[in-house]
Design a protein around this ligand. Sequence first.
Ligand SMILES: [Zn+2]
Length: 516
Amino acid sequence: MQFSNMASIMAYTESIVAAALRRSLGHTPKIIPFDGGLVIPCGKASSGASGAPYCGKVLVLGRPTDGMLRFLGLKNTPALPSIVGQDACAPARGELPFTESPAVLNYISHPLLAGLANHLHRRPFTRFDYEDEWNNLGFGRIRTDNSPWAVEGGIESDGAIELASIQLRDAQQQCHYAGCYLSLHDTPTSSILWCARPVGPLDSTEWSIVERFISDWRSDDMPCLPCLKHAPAGYRCLVTMRLDCDENVASAKDVFDWYSGEGIPFSLALKTSLDLKPDDLALLQEVSDAGGTLLSHSHMHQLSWGPTPEAAVSDAATSRKRFEELFPSLPPVKLAVSPFHTNQPYAVQALAKTGFTGFVSGIIHNDPEYLMGRAGVVPFVDAPIVTISQQSMLHGDCYRRQHYNVDTHIMAFEAQYQAEGIFGYLDHPFSPRYQYDWESKEQRLEAHSKLITTIQSYADIAFWAQQDCFEFVNALAEVQLNVTPQGLVQTAHPSRNDIAYRFKGKEYLLADAVFF
Ligand SMILES: [Zn+2]
């Protein structure tokens, strides 16, 4: 994304943050841009603007101006080491199990971190599990390039609690303090959560810290806003899987049979220009008959569905039409996995324009606008289309380099489990050309079996097909939550009875809330 000036950067940042807040809060609160970041007053009693005193509960994202620093309990410390370039990370290949940037975040223990999985208490700015394309733990990249995805460093606490610090690891793995990343500053009249990154931690389940701050923190004397729970009521986490079929569909039969035996729904994303043989069609029908989901994986498998907005619209429409021809008795396809996991905003707009209501997203390599810790509405599109980021790829090369275990994928699941969200992962069918570096079909099934067995040992999880997960997320996206001056929660469009929200430390069913 190229920007002509600061105003256009801030408009871009605001759109991304507004969508993230909408996903959590069921409405978009007032957002006040300043030179380098955003101020978000949380609740009616809150206020905050550049250089002005703060009162109430306020979220501040991005580098504060000098005039704001003292209200945030922060100070400039130019002597801190520079972090520029410390997000660099070698591709994961060869024998290394994964690669990480020298810059990492270190979190302290604090009640606001109750939704954060253990392994995220120390997280690198960048991590790769496969080339420079996948972070199978699921989070995005904190950059140091002055973009909305970057932090600058050089700021320390001066009264605020430092929830997360920036550390730089040297060649000997010694850590050196390089500034504050996330802080909490409480005074008798205000509570301010500050994140050094203009977009905050929205591309990770670290966003749950923001949600806890808004919904729970100082509920006795500060305004709180209800936050939507991102797993259905009664569950801690939804788990969903899919295979992306670029080539040979029927070779997924053994994986489908194994999942069927386990009673777990199965989903397949289909590149619709494939020359489908009878056994391919039979498997697709079988998946659908068993309650699984068929998604479009585009028609021609071009980057972002095509080189121009018009080409993307044409490819998306062709793929939907082809689905109808192939499966006239099924409802029209409305879900997609983008080719090469590329989702430039124009591609997402093309999907919305051609009748798609949901797409799978999430890859650290590209299109950070659509990599998100929470599923739901997306920026830069007005239509009701949602996404679920599912950045955990089972792959033979990763499995070998990571010593034939699936610990990384289990940690990715843990992140969503602790944050009460949706964990999605993927694999691929084999083809004569490429077997995704699996040594054999047996080895691939062994990896799936290890993952499923471990997930099944957790309480309150559900395995759902992609369709069912997206229906839940589409319903979440319709919810409008707000608090009345009397402190009651109001809502509109509660379309199902398994939607819950968190308010002042407790979980409530949306169906029990007061309606407009
Ligand atoms: Zn593909």
